[in-house]
Ligand binder design. Sequence first.
Ligand SMILES: C[S@@+](CC[C@H](N)C(=O)[O-])C[C@H]1O[C@@H](n2cnc3c(N)ncnc32)[C@H](O)[C@@H]1O
Length: 425
Amino acid sequence: MAHIENKALGSDTGWAQGLRRHYEAYPYPERDPKDETKRLIQGSPSHILEIDHYLFQGKRDWSQPFSVLVAGGGTGDALIMLAQQLADRHCPARILYVDMSEASLDIAQARATIRGLDHIDFRHGSLFDIQRQDGPFDYIDCCGVLHHLPDPQDGLNHLTSLLHDGGGMGLMVYGTLGRTGVYHMQAMLKHMLASKARSPQDEIALARQLSAALPDTNWFRRNPFIVHHKAQSDANLYDLLLHSQDRSYLVPEFLDLIAHANLEAVSLMEPALYKPETYTQDRKILAETAPMSWQEQAAFAEYFAGNIITHLAYVRPQGRSTSSVASFEDPEAVPIFREPAVGTALQQLRPGQKTQAKRGGTIFSLKPDVLTCDVLKAIDGQRSWGEIKARLLSQPGRLKESRLDDAYRGLMQHLCDFNLVLVTR
Ligand SMILES: C[S@@+](CC[C@H](N)C(=O)[O-])C[C@H]1O[C@@H](n2cnc3c(N)ncnc32)[C@H](O)[C@@H]1O
C-alpha cells in the first residue's frame, strides 16, 4: 500500500490511521467488479436525472463538457453510475475520483475498466489534496464521507472552494434518529477494544458476539430500521459498529453545516421524507406545521418519522438569484420517470385503482382518476408538458384547461416528492 502523508490526513497515528486500516481491510461498499457485466447500480445522490433536475433546471446540455469530482468515492457506486450515464449521453465529461483507500480505488478502477469507462482520472489520496486548478467542478459527489472527517466543516468548506459558481454538489451524511443505538454499540466496542490491539476480523467477531448477547431493552436491538447484525456483511458491520471516526446529524445540524460552507440546500432527498403530510393526515397537526418554513418542516418530519438513517441533499453556492430546480410547469419541461419500470407500472393503472409501494420507510400511494391516467400515459421522457397538454386538450370531449393544469401539477408534485419523476430537456 502506498504511504499517504499530508496535513489533511494527519500523521500515521490517530484517526487517519484508523480510517485507512478500516477501508483497506473492508473497502466500502463491498462490490465484485465482475457484477458490472450484469447490472448498473443506481441510487442517490448523483443520478444524472436528479443532478439535472435539482441543479441545472432540467436544462443541462450534455453535449457540453461537464467536470465531476467524486470525493471519497469508495468502491465506486456513484462514480460508475454517473460515468456510465454521462457516457450514454456522449458527454465530453472529465471525472476525477479520489479516495484514501487504495483497496477501494482498485475495485472502483476495475469496475470502470470492465465497462470501458476510460474518461476517469483515479487519484489515491485525500480529498484535501484536490486543488481548484484540478477543477473547478460542475458537480461534486460526496456521499458518506463528511461524517468520517475529524472536522466535517473543514471538508465541506474545501469542497466548496473547488466548485464552479454555477455548479452544485450531492451530499449524504448519517441521520441521528434512524441510527439510534448505533453509537451505544460503538461506545461499548471502543471501550472493550481499548486495552489490546486486535485484527479487524477479531473486532468483527466481538461485534457479532456483543450484538447477539444484547438484552431486549437495548436500543440497537430494538431499532428495526437498522439491518440485523446477522444479515450484515463484515464490511457493513465494520462500517456500522467499528468505525474509528463517525458522527451523525439532525436536519438543522446538516443545514447548518451546509450554510456555514456558503452553500444553500436546494432539496433534501427524497423530498417526501421531509414533509409532515407524508406521515399523517391529522388536520390539527398539519395546520400547526403548515406555517413553518420548509427547513422547520423537515426538522419536524425527522422527529415525527424517527427512522431516517441518512440525509441526502443537493446543494449549490449561496447567492445565486435564480432557482436551479426544474419547473414542471414550464411548457418546455419534459417529465421523465426516474425508473422506467416504475413508470410502466404506473401507466398500467386503471382509473380508481390504488397502488401502494414502500419507499424508504414511507408509503407511496396513488389512486388516479381518468384524467390522471391520461397524463401518466402521455409521459414518455420525450414529450414536453406543452406537447402533452396540446395532445390531451385535442382529444374528444370538453376538457377544461385549468382542470388539466391542476391534475398535472398535483400528479407531478406527488411523483417528484417520491423521486419518481424528474424534468429533463
Ligand atoms: C463509507 S465510504 C463511502 C464510499 C462512497 N462514497 C459510497 O457512498 O459508496 C467512505 C469513503 O471515504 C473515504 N475517505 C474518508 N476520508 C477521506 C478523505 N479525507 N479523503 C478521501 N477519501 C476519504 C474512505 O476511504 C471510504 O472509501
